[in-house]
Design a protein around this ligand. Structure first.
Ligand code: SF4
Ligand code: SF4
Length: 180
């Protein structure tokens, strides 16, 4: 019967030859393979000095966008959290009060918004679900860290700074966002 992978090997119990018993040919053959690799092109990159060229549809670190007037787009509707298969998004909604019209675009906003990057699988469903063009995944890499707490990203790291907007046009979006 043929195996699924077609890589089945018949185990033989034949007696080992003298050369097989001393293992030296096998050891030299392994060393020869290792030696050959010394002269091959190295596939590893010295990150972060060297960076890999990412594919245009790469989904990296999220950003919470502001509108042209610098107001936060997010209205804390919760659709991104519902769409998230990893349950990585947590938020607390608050009502905008008089005088905050320049901070938040809608009457309701996210007082607290967090993404647990250790849970996130960068699927992009939050971006697809958002009706307010508030959350986007970018072409930025998630920085490494030794502390688990550092992977909980709050608004301080998610909302783009007013004077340092995050360019989301570099990433090629799929689905309904391809026109953006
Ligand atoms: S990219 Fe996917 S897993 Fe990550 S927060 Fe968005 S919906 Fe959740
Ligand atoms: S990011 Fe978008 S989907 Fe998520 S709560 Fe804000 S407005 Fe709603």
């Amino acid at each position: 019967m043929q195996s699924l992978s077609n890589r089945k090997k018949v185990v033989s119990n034949k007696k080992m030859t003298f050369l097989e018993r001393i293992y030296l040919p096998a050891i030299f053959s392994g060393m020869w393979i290792t030696f050959k690799h010394l002269f091959r092109k190295n596939n590893t990159l010295k990150y972060p000095e060297e960076q890999r060229v990412l594919v245009p549809i790469y989904r990296g670190l999220h950003v919470l966008k502001r509108d042209e007037q610098g107001r936060e787009n997010c209205t804390a509707c919760g659709l991104c959290a519902v769409a998230c298969p990893a349950e990585a998004i947590t938020m607390v909604a608050a009502e905008r009060v008089k005088g905050e019209e320049n901070l938040y675009r809608e009457e309701k906003y996210a007082e607290m918004y967090e993404i647990d990057m250790l849970r996130c699988i960068f699927c992009g469903l939050c971006e697809e679900a958002c009706p307010k063009e508030a959350i986007f995944l970018t072409d930025r890499l998630l920085p490494a860290n030794f502390e688990r707490d550092e992977f909980i990203y709050g608004k301080d790291r998610l909302v783009e700074p007013v004077d340092q907007r995050i360019d989301i046009s570099k990433r090629q979006h799929t689905g309904k966002r391809s026109e953006l």
